[in-house]
Design a protein around this ligand. Structure first.
Ligand code: HEM
Length: 437
């Protein structure tokens, strides 16, 4: 039963319009709105559209989980659409439901465990590079660049399997490399991504005539799925989903690892606890399989805390497709909802000493209110790659940290750059030395 109109309250908010988007000024505005008006704020866009900025964990949880079907993706996703086409991140309604059902099997734990050997090889490639860097005169590693390159290679191998070496990389050149080299997501990058489409299409055509022998890569999985009518993805759909997985799959994990290296390098007490955990749980030369990775609980805490402080998807939106009420809150049709994991995770009332890096917040005996940690969103549109990204991030740290000691080059705290994703505004360079074996 919904409350009568007289019991509905209108959240407080500024009378003047507020323009919100994935830009640094919006973070300043959202923080100011939260401190002036609280955790549910009514905002009007410059075009007169009604919006709500919601920073209340329980309400966020209910909107994204129980009431997810009353929303489509909201403002800002048009920009993402230019890059990703109508792939899983941006699609809505029946198109999204069909795609999600068809892509989900590729992300089952059983299926993802088949990727661990490949992932580990990508991490071991970094060991060779880092040994050279540690022995060089500069003894410096650009972890931003390293994590971007490693993350891109890893996701492309996960998508294309053997075709990564056979058809994607030619003469040692990776045509996707501009994605990790160019941090902007402007029109130039959109056009470069469009050029990749013909290359991906060529691989798809080859696969249609001669299926791949590997049973693990995402392309094989996606091409093998059909919907309830027995219809598979057509070429355009496959292209959009492949581009989506490429972009969604490397930037976010690579960005998180970038911050994790910075935080570990600047918190030696956290580093020694991680090293003790490795020593206790990983025998020298042990195979890093899923069971072993699952035992690295302190590393999980470190990654959770990194994602709290630096959630790559720092702001996302929804638009109500229908009017409804939630307790005493009326949400009109077409209302835009703004949710910022970054603001939520750094609000003092929710997280005391919110700016401090403290993995103990996620210790196994601590429980958190639902909706308080939001790096992967919640509900049916929660990130599909969450488990994949933890496998990748744990493998990267477990392979490199016992071999190399990283330390900051100065006391300067890296700044955040806020675009579609949160990144470090400059590359993070750290001093690197080999650990005594
Ligand atoms: C640290 C790593 C990652 C973070 C923090 C992250 C975060 C997110 C968030 C917040 C969303 C939901 C956005 C919204 O609701 O508007 C999302 C969706 C998605 N992510 Fe991730 N992501 C990560 C890694 C990955 C990886 C590795 C992949 C693929 C290999 C991936 C694939 C996707 C896809 C396909 C969706 C759309 C799901 C749907 O709408 O059904 N993500 N991600």
């Amino acid at each position: 039963m919904s409350p009568s109109d007289s019991t509905l309250t209108s959240p407080p908010g500024p009378a003047e319009p507020v323009a919100l988007g994935v830009d640094p000024q919006s973070l300043v505005k959202l923080r100011a709105l939260q401190s002036e008006y609280g955790d549910v704020v009514a905002v009007k866009s410059p075009k007169g559209r009604q919006g709500l900025f919601i920073n209340q964990p329980d309400l966020i949880h209910r909107l994204l989980v129980k009431h997810h079907d009353k929303f489509n993706k909201g403002p800002g996703f048009e920009r993402v659409k230019m890059l990703l086409g109508n792939g899983l991140i941006v699609s809505d309604g029946t198109t999204w439901r069909r795609s999600r059902r068809m892509i989900q099997p590729a992300f089952s734990r059983k299926q993802l465990h088949k990727l661990i050997d490949m992932m580990h090889k990508c991490c071991l490639n970094r060991v060779e590079r880092w040994e050279r860097l540690a022995q060089s005169q500069e003894q410096t590693v650009d972890v931003t660049r390293e994590m971007n390159d490693a993350g891109l290679e890893l996701i492309l191998r996960a998508i294309f399997g053997d075709d990564y070496d056979n058809s994607i990389v030619t003469d040692g050149k990776n045509p996707f490399a501009f994605l990790s080299e160019d941090a902007t997501r402007d029109l130039r990058v959109v056009l470069q991504v469009r050029e990749l489409r013909s290359l991906i299409l060529k691989v798809i055509e080859q696969r249609r005539t001669q299926p791949s022998s590997s049973d693990y890569d995402f392309l094989t999985m996606l091409m093998g799925q059909t919907d309830k009518e027995g219809v598979g993805f057509n070429d355009k759909e496959l292209l959009d989903e492949i581009i989506t997985l490429t972009v969604a799959g490397y930037e976010t994990s690579a960005g998180t690892l970038n911050w994790a290296w910075h935080l570990i390098a600047t918190h030696p007490e956290v580093e020694s606890q991680l090293l003790s955990e490795f020593e206790e749980k990983i025998e020298p030369d042990a195979e890093l399989d899923s069971n072993l990775l699952a035992t690295l609980s302190y590393m999980q805490q470190v990654l959770d805390e990194t994602l709290r402080l630096y959630p790559p998807v720092w702001l996302f939106t929804r638009r109500a497709v229908t009017a409804f009420t939630l307790d005493d809150l009326a949400i009109g049709e077409d209302t835009d909802i703004y949710i910022s994991p970054l603001v939520l995770h750094t609000t003092e009332a929710h997280w005391p000493n919110a700016r401090d890096f403290d993995p103990e917040r996620y210790a196994p005996d601590k429980t958190h209110q639902v909706g308080l940690s939001l790096p992967f969103s919640l509900g049916p549109r929660r990130c599909l790659g969450e488990y994949f990204s933890f496998l990748e991030m744990k493998l990267m740290l477990a392979t490199l940290l016992p071999r190399f000691k990283l330390r900051p080059q100065s006391d300067t705290r890296p700044e955040c750059e806020l675009g579609i994703n949160l990144r470090s505004s400059d590359a993070i360079h750290l001093n690197i030395t080999p650990r005594a074996t």
